[in-house]
Design a protein around this ligand. Structure first.
Ligand code: NAP
Length: 456
């Protein structure tokens, strides 16, 4: 595949990159493995300083770094800046927490003195998507850099410049060569890398298609894997929801990042008595978006990331409509050269509609009317996915009880989905397995090494 930076706002080809040879890949693997051996069992103080330095550089160069992402995959410049800021926060968090997370854990046993300690495992491979080009890398990079697992990165073919910019910041912060190696490789080389005996595991964020392929290969090679896949997240508006709060949150919960977020609220499940008012409110908000250059700070809805992204989304909307869904708002062509998609609201999606159980990756909201809370929970759980969910209710204890009944990895009550370094991120069912961020994410690729000393 070709690694190319093409601005989705105006389709200008900004940069192309050459794939690397198998020989070069072999050298990079050898160098990464050598670094693992050098780091193994050693102190972490220097890496802590470097990780803080990475955070400092990211904050200092926020707008330049953000511009790389915006020109490459189209997100609004303010969203890109917020992503850089989040990356800096993740770096600081793991730099500060690593010592505590790495402390040996004493074990209670009559057999003697026992504890387990968390050790590095070796070279970790990550395969990442384009929708959060820096954040996805940082979720894996920051904890594993502190653990001492050197990393190799295969980024999406449409975000190579973001990958290069990230690696460059790591290098300039003083990290040893091979701490993070960017690979311009094809899928066969992805398979080779996973199979290589120096690689101990693979962390993938992406679609079910790539997740299944990478996990199958990892399984065949007895390698650990973690999968952060797609979602079709429900946004449940209960009887006692404060609709003023819903109004402030719901539109952006769907259309921020041009709707291309795994945890975006994609299915709005609304009690019958609030259904019409909610639809009107969402339509009003969607009709006010300003499409345009994502570098312009007045623009409120960015283009999609690529021509393929737009084509696929249009196909899904067409199929939904052909199978009985109604367009409540939107789905009109946008008269701009970039990959723009008008915010769209679909209703009357029945369970036999093929789009009922598919992720739509763009600014398309589906809205469902329900007559009871039981029906809302049942509908929310009737999905192949199980990533995140949102509940709006003024009875917080009750909302928590509803959360307990949802088959998702995360629930956000009276607020939009979010991601913070100290909160574990991940899903169940076809949304994947494993968690990133927080201590759970830190532990994803460590050897929990038991040490038992016999009694004298
Ligand atoms: P994708 O097509 O699966 O691509 C993700 C990564 O996998 C890219 O680097 C891609 O490389 C690579 N890839 C694709 N097929 C592969 C294969 N057969 N073998 C090896 N590598 C392969 O996903 P995407 O469209 O870029 O990203 C959007 C998806 O990611 C959505 O479903 C979204 O919900 C999900 N996502 C999940 C999370 C989460 O934390 N759960 C976060 C963000 C996004 P190429 O670009 O070269 O094809």
């Amino acid at each position: 595949m070709a690694y190319q930076t093409i601005n989705p706002f105006n389709n200008e080809v900004l940069k192309s990159y050459e794939n690397i040879s198998d020989e070069k890949l072999e050298q990079m693997l050898a160098d990464s493995h050598a670094l693992y051996k050098k780091w193994r069992g050693g102190p972490i103080d220097e890496r802590k300083e470097i990780l803080h330095k990475i955070a400092e550089l990211m904050r200092a160069e926020k707008t330049q770094l953000a511009t790389v992402m915006t020109k490459e995959m189209g997100k609004l410049i303010a969203e890109s800046e917020a992503e850089v800021e989040l990356c800096a926060n993740i770096a600081d968090y793991f730099a500060d927490q690593a010592e505590e997370f790495l402390k040996p854990t004493p074990l209670v046993t009559d057999a003697g003195d026992a504890y387990y300690e968390k050790q590095a495992l070796g070279v970790l491979f990550m395969v990442e998507p384009w929708n959060f080009p820096y954040y996805q890398i940082m979720r894996v990079f920051a904890p594993n850099f502190m653990i001492g697992n050197p990393m190799m990165l295969k980024h999406a073919s449409i975000t190579p410049s973001s990958a290069e910019a990230f690696v460059e910041i790591v290098r300039r912060a003083g990290a040893p060569e091979s701490s993070l190696t960017n690979l311009f490789i094809d899928y066969d080389q992805v398979d080779q890398t996973i199979a290589d005996k120096r690689v101990i595991g693979v962390a993938l964020t992406g679609s079910e298609r790539s997740g299944a392929s990478v996990a199958k290969n990892a399984g065949e090679n007895l390698k650990k894997s973690s999968l952060e896949l797609g979602g079709n997240d429900p946004f449940i508006i209960l009887d006692d929801a404060d609709m003023n709060k819903v109004k402030k949150i719901a539109p952006s919960a769907r259309i921020s990042n041009a709707g291309q977020t795994c945890t975006a609220s994609k299915r709005f499940i609304v009690m019958a008595d609030k259904y019409e008012a909610f639809l009107e409110m969402l339509k009003e908000a969607f009709s006010q978006v300003k499409l345009g250059d994502p570098m312009n700070r007045d623009t409120t809805l960015a283009p999609l990331s690529s021509p393929d992204a737009k084509k696929n989304l249009q196909k899904q909307v067409d199929e939904a409509v052909a199978s009985g869904a109604k367009v409540y708002y939107g789905n009109e062509p946008v008269d701009l050269p970039g990959q723009f998609f008008q915010p769209t609201i679909l209703i009357d999606i029945k369970r036999d509609n093929p789009m009922f159980d598919q992720e739509m990756f763009g600014p398309v909201a589906t809205v469902y009317k329900v007559n009871s809370e039981v029906e809302a929970i049942d509908l929310a759980n009737d999905s192949s996915y199980g990533l995140g969910s949102v509940i709006f209710s003024e009875d917080l204890e009750h909302a928590k009880q509803v959360a307990s009944q949802l088959e998702t990895g995360m629930t956000f009550i009276n607020q939009a989905w979010t991601s913070l370094p100290e909160l574990p991120f991940g899903g169940v069912k076809n949304s994947g397995y494993g968690r990133e961020m927080a201590e759970i994410g830190f532990d994803a690729f460590v050897n929990e090494h038991l040490v038992l000393t016999a009694k004298r």
